[in-house]
Design a protein around this ligand. Structure first.
Ligand code: PEP
Length: 253
């Protein structure tokens, strides 16, 4: 059995730590007593300590939105894995499509980051996904396979057991368009097959594969009904406490 994981990626929001504190507190209070689900929040770096304080004694866990692969040195503007651990993070997003597309992050950089996260005990949430052009030309699974295989090259066997993969079709992120449950299931099952080949059946069966891309209260139930969808990476809707809580409490009513 894979425990469903719902992660909120706040991106470059909210604007103030006071708002971050209120949002995190609402998630904490709406998940009290929640069983059989994991909840992760990924706020901006400068809000990590604020959110860490707000989620003390709750089941909400913290993630960084990015990291650099060196632990220290002359790398202005970067944050290391050990710094994230020191701030209370257990997870880190790696290779989000906004990082790949806007900041030019390559598969090489993604692999180095996944390896660095593993080395300090952080579980990466490795994001993969195709553009609309790649889907329309029939290359979606090829692109995803390359991203998954290349993303794992620096990972130890132990690290594989901590890894979470997020399938996020680029055309669905922040656009209001969502992959249909059939489209999501097909890709998730394909990713699980790749993990079976790269690692083992045991690792493949226990790995969580999240769906991300305009997940909302209105589509989470059908997405979570897919056998290979083990949770969601939520952007926009994670900034509205009520929406995010409805997503966390999927299929409960
Ligand atoms: C994301 O940021 O990973 C994401 C999926 O965003 P949204 O839910 O807004 O599409």
């Amino acid at each position: 059995m894979r425990t469903p994981l719902i992660a909120g990626n706040w991106k470059l929001q909210p604007p103030t730590r006071a708002e971050a504190r209120v949002l995190a507190a609402a998630v904490v209070s709406g998940t009290r007593g929640l069983a059989g689900r994991e909840v992760v929040l990924a706020p901006p770096f400068v809000m990590l300590t604020t959110v860490a304080d707000a989620v003390v004694d709750s089941l909400v866990r913290l993630a960084g939105q990015n990291l650099y692969w060196e632990n220290s040195g002359a790398f202005t503007g970067e944050i290391s894995g050990p710094m994230l651990v020191d701030t209370g993070c257990q997870h880190v997003l790696v290779g989000h499509s906004e990082r790949r597309q806007i900041f030019g992050e390559t598969d090489y950089a993604v692999a180095k980051k996944v390896g660095a996260a593993d080395a300090c005990g952080l579980g990466s949430i490795l994001c993969v996904g195709e553009t609309l052009e790649q889907r329309d030309s029939g290359d979606a699974m090829l692109v995803i396979e390359k991203q998954v295989r290349r993303g794992l090259v620096e990972l130890t066997t132990e690290g594989l057991s901590r890894l979470v993969i997020a399938y996020e079709p680029v055309w669905a992120i922040g656009t209001g368009r969502t992959a249909s449950p059939d489209q999501a299931q097909q890709v998730h099952a394909g990713i699980r097959e790749i993990i079976r080949e790269v690692a083992s059946s045991e690792v493949a069966e226990s790995m969580r594969i999240l769906y991300g891309g305009s997940v909302k209260p209105g589509n989470i139930d059908e997405l979570m009904a897919c056998p290979d969808v083990d949770g969601a990476l939520v952007g926009g809707a994670s900034l509205q406490a009520d929406d995010f809580l409805r997503i966390i409490h999927f299929q409960e009513s």
